[in-house]
Design a protein around this ligand. Structure first.
Ligand code: CU
Length: 120
């Protein structure tokens, strides 16, 4: 009788240890995902183009654009969701994307400058 109780206690202990190990490994992969989904993302405006022209970010990420051209540009949402206005050389503009979707944008001065932000 006593040995049966001790055995079942031993099994419970084993199950508890397995649970802890599973939780630790689950916790690790979770924090790894967090690290790859950084809170900020950078786009450079150079040679009359947005680089990269397509970026994929996680929701709530803030994207910062920097104009590296001598010419002025804008970062303007196709659906008027955001607009940097005039960006002179080395000027920056930031926008936080709080909803999932694909957001096309352009430069109002140069219609050939097209790009998009994909928010997952
Ligand atoms: Cu431009």
């Amino acid at each position: 009788m006593k040995t049966n109780i001790e055995n079942s206690k031993g099994i419970l202990k084993l199950i508890a240890i397995m649970f802890i190990i599973l939780n630790i490994s689950a916790g690790c992969s979770k924090s790894d995902n967090k690290n790859t989904n950084a809170g900020t993302s950078e786009v450079v405006i150079q040679s009359f183009a947005f680089s990269p022209s397509t970026i994929t970010i996680s929701v709530n990420t803030t994207v910062t654009w920097t104009n590296k051209d001598a010419a002025a540009h804008t970062v303007t949402s196709d659906i008027a969701l955001f607009d940097s206005g005039n960006l002179a050389t080395n000027a920056t503009y930031s926008h936080q994307f709080t909803t999932i979707g694909t957001f096309n944008y352009h430069c109002t001065y140069h219609p050939a400058m097209l790009a998009k932000v994909i928010v997952q």
